[in-house]
Write a protein that binds this ligand. Structure first.
Ligand code: SAM
Length: 270
């Protein structure tokens, strides 16, 4: 497991700088007062004012700081040291208060964070693919939530994830649907946020998770499911033929039947 985590971490350290400077994340617009969380997520999460929010896998903190701009008291964690450095820098530059912690998600209970201390635990868009074990993930989420607090996730849908992301014309099944311990291994040239990026760290490892595994990992950790929603769009160009609409989401062209490309879920700790 160490080899997989180390390989991924090196790639994310390199991606952090590329993404920070790139068009996809548009840091300049953010500095001018932008919010990078979609209206859909803001509506589904609800009012965050004065709520303590823990953002898992926060990258360089743009979404974390967006929640701060919406009134939350935020903490972001990520295993990329470089991403956390950039997050702290962005927090300083924007004057938005936040705590950023450099840690692997699976070491979260070894940090200074207190159990039962967050109103909201949040994670989104390309997060759980990097995690080998959602059972432990669910337990950690539950451990840090206050009783009455909730977990919210928006991520790519396990159904959409089975299709070949390199085929330029069609949806062809390429990946397993069901969770498996063995990771998928890829040699990736660019990144979702910059297809032309020339990276030194090309190898990545990722894990597929079926929907029942995701949901049961949370239920078995003591959380109560409030809703799960499925959407025919996603937040990035996950297939070469996806089309971006004015609302900023990426859709399949009309010649396809609609399939779920993204899900959102809210689960509460009673
Ligand atoms: C696709 S990004 C999430 C993007 C984020 N939603 C955003 O747009 O800012 C995935 C993040 O997960 C982090 N990550 C991957 N594996 C991790 C782990 N084991 N522990 C903590 N963070 C991890 C990476 O460093 C990266 O920042």
């Amino acid at each position: 497991m160490k080899k997989f985590t180390e390989t991924n971490r090196k790639r994310w350290d390199e991606l952090a700088d590329i993404h920070y400077k790139g068009k996809f994340y548009n840091i300049e617009k953010f500095k001018e007062g932008g919010i990078s969380i979609s209206d859909l997520e803001i509506n589904e999460v609800g009012d965050v004012k004065r709520k303590k929010l823990l953002h898992l896998q926060c990258h360089f903190g743009k979404d974390t700081l967006s929640w701060a701009r919406l009134g939350a008291q935020v903490t972001g964690i990520d295993f990329s040291g470089r991403a956390i450095e950039l997050a702290k820098h962005l927090s300083k530059e924007t004057g938005l208060g936040a705590t950023f912690i450099h840690t692997d998600i699976y070491e979260l209970d070894k940090t200074s964070l207190q159990p039962n201390s967050f109103d909201i635990v949040f994670t989104s868009h390309g997060a759980i693919y990097w995690l080998p074990d959602l059972k432990r993930w669910g337990e950690l989420i539950s451990f840090f939530l206050k009783p009455g607090g909730f977990f919210y996730i928006a991520d790519s849908h396990p159904t959409g994830n089975i299709f070949d992301d390199e085929n330029k014309r069609d949806l062809i099944i390429r990946y397993p649907y069901f969770h498996q311990e063995k990771p998928l291994e890829f040699e990736e040239e660019g990144s979702y946020a910059d297809e032309e990026a020339e990276l030194q760290n090309k190898i990545e490892y990722g894990w597929v998770h079926d929907l029942s595994y995701i949901i049961n990992s949370l239920i078995n950790a003591g959380l109560r499911l409030e809703f799960i929603h499925e959407y025919p769009f996603v937040s990035w160009k996950m297939f070469p033929f996806l089309e971006e609409k004015e609302d900023g989401w990426w859709y399949l062209p009309e010649r396809f039947q609609k399939i779920p490309l993204m899900f959102t879920l809210k689960a509460r700790k009673d």
